[in-house]
Design a protein around this ligand. Sequence first.
Ligand SMILES: [Zn+2]
Length: 145
Amino acid sequence: MEPRYLVDAMLGNVARKLRMLGYDTEYTADGASLEGAASSGRILVTKNSALLRRAARLHVTTITGDAEHTIMRRLLRGHMPTVSGERARCAICNGATEEVPLREALDRAPPGIMHTKFWGCVSCGHLYWEGTHMDRLREAARDWI
Ligand SMILES: [Zn+2]
């Protein structure tokens, strides 16, 4: 089974990247839902030492690090992730995405978007396409592994 994550709200960039890589990733502010993570097997990602201590007491697996790239490196543990629109979850709400028919997507996309493949979030409706975001993520992932 794919790992699922509970990410400290202080690490918003990490959470967005994990979602774009397709990992089910929820936010926590001040450790809310940490007990839920213990029972559902989510991995806590945080730099907060008080939160790390609480997680240890609850036997929640944790990943921590001083810098974003250190954390991403520990999360991926040497595995090059698949970066694709098909796999990505919504960076905004963690919803699953599905392909949107081209005609409908072009109606919804900002003017000037020339892509031919689009995905929409099934929860919030946000529209995604392969573009600079995905390219940058792919490039960054090479540095993390
Ligand atoms: Zn969404």
